[in-house]
Design a binder for this molecule. Structure first.
Ligand SMILES: [Fe+2]
Length: 175
């Protein structure tokens, strides 16, 4: 049966509820030992564990103070589930007056977060214990955009056309 959800690129954009189901399904697989995370201290370890036309799914590990830059996911919606450990997620929140701020959210084992394309966040592990999380993007990642938070605004610092949500952020000419 034809699904009525809008199509983007090759596949269908999953709803946020579907994305939550996807990451919970693969988080259960990780807990069952079907996928095993590795840990690297020099760079964030990550591996794609599923991809089809509609969604890609990544298993990511975070050692102490490993984190992303402030970024969005291009046109993709997404979700992530914390399988092990604790992550701090700094989410950019626009205020009505045009100013904004980074809101610090503590995401613990079992937490699931789903978001649409306009979502800008920075995820990191401040704890001694490593963390493991499962991330899904729909449609599959094609573009990552990076930002700096300056006072009450965010400044776009660069973009990468990539299918890898963990690709290194391009550095702006100013940095
Ligand atoms: Fe992200």
């Amino acid at each position: 049966m034809r699904n009525s959800s809008p199509t983007v690129g090759r596949g269908r954009r999953l709803s946020l509820a579907e994305l939550r189901d996807v990451v919970e399904h693969y988080a259960d697989d990780v807990r069952a030992g079907r996928y095993v995370a590795e840990f690297e201290t020099d760079q964030r370890w990550h591996v794609r564990i599923h991809q089809d036309d509609d969604v890609d799914v990544w298993l990511i590990s975070w050692t102490t103070e490993q984190g992303t830059e402030l970024h969005d996911h291009g046109d993709s919606s997404g979700a992530f589930a914390v399988v092990e450990g604790v992550l701090n997620e700094y989410v950019w929140s626009d205020a009505a007056d045009g100013a904004g701020l980074l809101v610090n959210n503590v995401r613990e084992e079992g937490d699931v977060v789903a978001f649409g394309p306009a979502y800008v966040h920075d995820v990191r592990n401040h704890r001694e214990a490593p963390a493991v999380s499962v991330h899904a993007y729909s449609p599959p990642i094609r573009l990552m955009r990076y930002y700096d938070a300056v006072a009450s605004t965010i400044r776009h610092t660069g973009s990468s056309w990539t299918d890898d949500p963990e690709a290194p952020a391009p550095r702006s000419a100013a940095s």
